[in-house]
Design a binder for this molecule. Structure first.
Ligand code: SAM
Length: 246
């Protein structure tokens, strides 16, 4: 089973939707309208690929190691007149099947946390042309803010993600590694506090938790359900990273 892709894609769609304004800032700063060759790395079912096609000035390649997700990617059947559909590639990001310097924008959302980070960032550096951008939106579960104490679940997320093969603290690790590779790096943090979203519990449920952790999750869910509206604060830091290859 691939834990990096939630079984219920509606959850991913919801996440893609609420990150739209933040992503728009990042993509604008990467001058997406002038980009002629864009890679959507770890595109999953392509919920953002169509947006990249719409906004970019050229070709979009959608890459994922999960064939089933790629087959579902509606951007591959893009029907808008005069536009090419996205080009699907099923491959592992640790060895990108592309020539050096062939993209001018690599986009990545909620995917680097699942990948061997140093290897993949080196690959991104290799396939980007000089002056090209990496635009990435990645979480950092090490910085979660939760209140009141009976609804806290940050340690469950970190344990479950680690067990599933992800790095829950990937956000903070990306900028220094990019700087080491010679990128000019700018980091934005999502600055909006959203109301606590019960849908997050479904995502947590899909991670490999121990029986004791599952019991803690259920107790936290019950406690949250009994709170009056807006009585819970839950914030997950999302890093918006814009890095230009030197
Ligand atoms: C959480 S999903 C995010 C999908 C999409 N970016 C989005 O935000 O809707 C993570 C995706 O990364 C892909 N992935 C994880 N590790 C990968 C790797 N090493 N190479 C290629 N794809 C990978 C998974 O198959 C999955 O589709």
């Amino acid at each position: 089973m691939d834990d990096s892709l939630p079984r219920d894609w509606a959850l991913l769609a919801q996440q893609a939707e609420w990150l739209t304004p933040f992503r728009a800032v990042l993509l604008r700063r990467a001058a997406i309208a002038q980009r002629h060759c864009v890679l959507d790395l770890g595109c999953g079912p392509g919920l953002i690929t169509a947006e990249l096609l719409r906004r970019s000035g050229g070709r979009v390649v959608a890459l994922d190691r999960n064939l089933q997700a790629l087959v579902q990617c509606t951007a591959l059947y893009w029907a808008e007149t005069n536009r090419q559909p996205a080009q699907p590639i099923c491959a592992n990001a640790v060895r990108l099947p592309f020539a050096d310097r062939c993209f001018d924008l690599v986009f990545c959302q909620w995917a680097l946390l699942w990948m061997p980070l140093e290897e993949v960032l080196k690959e991104i550096h290799r396939v980007l042309e000089p002056g090209g951008y990496l635009a990435a939106l990645e979480p950092d579960y090490g910085g979660m803010i939760e209140y009141p104490p009976e609804i806290t679940s940050a340690d469950l997320w970190r344990a479950g993600l680690r067990r599933a093969g992800a790095d829950p603290e990937v956000g903070r690790k990306i900028p220094p590694l990019l700087a080491k590779l010679g990128f000019q790096v700018e980091v934005m943090l999502l600055d909006r506090l959203r109301p606590a979203d019960p849908a997050r519990w479904k995502m947590l449920q899909e991670l490999p938790l121990t029986a004791a952790e599952q019991a803690r999750q259920h107790a936290a869910m019950r406690a949250e359900a009994q709170l009056p509206p807006q009585a819970a604060t839950v914030h997950l830091p999302i890093f918006g990273i814009l890095a230009q290859r030197g």
